[in-house]
Structure formats: structure tokens, C-alpha cells
Design a protein around this ligand. Structure first.
Ligand code: LMR
Length: 340
């Protein structure tokens, strides 16, 4: 049989996160060491020269898996035939809350959704990173109805990784030994990082994080706020929002989705996905759940015990997202309001 090389076309939008992400993709860290890729890079007109510079650097990287690079400021050209779309474009936060960006980003998202709807591969997998990520993903879902809803996801892996890092630091263990944290809800300052099911590998077997800590005071206080406010702390320190950690998380999210969640990472990872009503979360929201992935499909981990503390936080997050529920009328109303 003829050996047909399947090349994955990936569209990303430039900016700080993308600059960190493109070499990761070109090296095979996102889609695996055997998967050739063609990168479509989109940016706004004033950044046209910068796009060309990044293309030169990609050429200078001599990446064997990189089969082509398209740089463009035309959203339709960027989205043509893509199998994977990583939506990074949008105004970054400098102060205030992530949700304050909605009025600036809603127009960008509508245009990109329409381009994906009409020009991407019909099974295109979409990861929304730009803030407010869950809401942007929902807008995208409304304007790209032919992309299957399970193919539209938002990034909470950055928060998931941050939660692992916080536990490792607090317990003085290696981050690779910490497993099974969960980010519930929204990539907002009220997200709920949950360590109730988290474990630490200890030689043979593992111990639960709650068992290791004398009490759960830290898990209910500083652990949560540290993860919730990490993005803001980075903005204060760097005077720029997180870039390579976000790129690395986007890479983790896509890799696990496409290639499957490896056991070395624990039983599950966190992804913002379309709610099917699991854990009593209103269907249609893009909500972060613990998921496992296999053969390019995610599924929400079922049957985890939810205590009262968690329940309250999970419901509050669902309410926060209900403003733009999967009711096209509400979403359109929001968009019209923003444009009015
Ligand atoms: C992050 O969490 O680092 C990003 O979402 C940037 C931000 O606005 O916090």
C-alpha cells in the first residue's frame, strides 16, 4: 500500500503565547514526534512584518516535521482546511478581570468563528486560549455551528498545571509526582481548583494530598487563591501576561486531546468542554471538568464525590457562565449589546 503522509494543518494567532508555542508545535511536542505539520499563522495587518520574521526563525530552526508555514493577515486564508485551531488572538489583560475583555474580543471571535465555520476542516479541533476563554469558546460555538460542539474547548490546563505546581511547592515534592487536581468551571478569578482527589506518588503507590496535609485549611484558602490569582501575579511581576507557561499548557491540552491522556499524568486532566449536564452543571456551558481523552475524544470523568464546599463553588461558577448560556438568543443579545 502506498504510504500516504497525513499532514496536520494548524492555525494559530500570533502574539507572545504563539511565539513560544510555534517551536513546540514544530518540534512535535504537541502532535507527537511522527506527525508532520503545516503552520498557518494569522495576525493583524500592522504585524505583517513580524509574521515574516517568525517565519524566518521557523526556517532557521530546520524542524524536520514542519512541512510548510503560511503567514497571513487574512482570517479566511488562515482558516482554510485547518485540522486544529488554537485561538490565541485578543486583547491581553493589563488590569481588571478577564471578563472585562469581552467587549474587545467579541468581534474578533465572531469573525474567526465564521471563518472556521466556512473554511476549516469539518472535524477541526478548536482550543480557545484568549480571555475570557470559556465565553469566547461559547461565542465561537454559536457562530460555527457546523463544528461539532465537542470539538470546541477552552484552556484551563494552565490553571491545572499551576495547581500541581502549588501543591508540589507546598509539600516539597516533585511536580511530576502530583496527580489528579481538578479545575472546575471558568478560567476566571473565581475558578475552583480542587485538590480533594489529588495524590502524590510515594515510591510504590501514592498518598492523597489531604492525607499528607495535617488539615485542609491550606487547600480551602491559599491554595485556591494562589491558583486563582496567578495570572494577575504574573502580570504584576512581568508587566506582561503569562506567555510560555500558557503556550506549554496549550501544547499539553492539545497533545492529550489528540494522542490520549497518558497514565504518567494521573487519571485525568482539566479541560473547558461543552457541558452535557454532568455534576449538575447546566448543559451547553463551556465549563472546565476533569476529563480523560482517547482516540481524539474527551470524556468527563464521572462519579467523583463532591462535598458541600466544592458544590457551592461549582454552582457559583456555573451561574457566572450562565450569562451566555448555549441559548443563541442570549449570546446574540450579548454580542449586540457589546456592539450597540
Ligand atoms: C493567565 O491566566 O495567565 C492568563 O489568562 C492571563 C491573565 O489575564 O491572567
Amino acid at each position: 500500500m502506498e504510504n500516504v503522509e497525513v499532514v496536520q494543518k494548524v492555525v494559530i494567532l500570533l502574539g507572545q503565547i504563539a511565539y513560544a508555542l510555534v517551536p513546540m508545535i514544530a518540534r512535535g511536542e504537541m502532535l507527537g514526534p511522527e506527525q508532520p505539520v503545516i503552520l498557518h499563522m494569522l495576525d493583524i495587518q500592522p504585524a505583517d512584518e513580524i509574521l515574516k520574521g517568525v517565519k524566518m526563525e521557523l526556517m532557521d530552526g530546520a524542524f524536520p516535521l514542519l512541512k510548510g508555514v503560511i503567514t497571513t493577515t487574512d482570517v479566511i486564508e488562515a482558516c482554510k482546511g485547518v485540522d486544529i485551531a488554537i485561538m490565541l488572538g485578543g486583547f491581553p489583560r493589563t488590569k481588571g478581570e478577564r471578563k472585562d475583555l469581552i467587549s474587545k474580543n467579541v468581534g474578533i471571535y465572531k469573525a474567526q468563528a465564521l471563518a472556521l465555520e466556512q473554511h476549516a476542516d469539518s472535524n477541526c479541533k478548536v482550543l480557545v486560549v484568549a480571555n475570557p476563554a470559556n465565553t469566547n469558546a461559547l461565542i465561537l460555538k454559536e457562530f460555527a455551528p457546523s463544528i461539532p460542539e465537542e470539538n470546541i474547548t477552552s484552556l484551563t490546563r494552565l490553571d491545572h498545571n499551576r495547581a500541581l505546581g502549588q501543591i508540589a511547592d507546598n509539600l516539597n515534592v516533585h511536580v511530576g509526582d502530583v496527580k489528579n487536581v481538578i479545575i472546575w468551571g471558568n478560567h476566571s478569578s473565581s475558578q475552583y481548583p480542587d485538590a480533594n482527589h489529588a495524590t502524590v506518588d510515594v515510591g510504590v503507590g501514592h498518598k492523597s494530598v489531604r492525607e499528607i496535609l495535617a488539615d485542609d485549611h491550606w487547600l480551602k484558602t491559599d491554595f485556591i487563591t494562589n491558583v486563582q490569582q496567578r495570572g494577575e501575579a504574573i502580570i504584576k511581576a512581568r508587566r506582561l501576561s503569562s506567555a510560555f507557561s500558557a503556550a506549554s499548557a496549550a501544547c499539553d491540552h492539545m497533545r492529550d486531546w489528540v494522542l490520549g491522556t497518558p497514565k504518567s499524568q494521573g487519571t485525568w486532566v482539566s479541560m473547558g468542554v461543552y457541558s452535557d449536564g454532568s455534576y449538575g452543571i447546566q448543559p451547553g456551558l463551556i465549563y472546565s471538568f476533569p476529563v480523560t481523552c482517547e482516540k481524539g475524544e474527551w470524556s468527563i470523568v464521572q462519579g467523583l464525590k463532591i462535598d458541600e464546599f466544592a458544590r457551592e463553588k461549582m454552582d457559583a461558577l456555573a451561574n457566572e457562565l450562565v450569562l451566555v448560556v448555549a441559548n443563541p438568543a442570549n449570546t446574540n443579545a450579548l454580542i449586540l449589546k457589546e456592539f450597540a
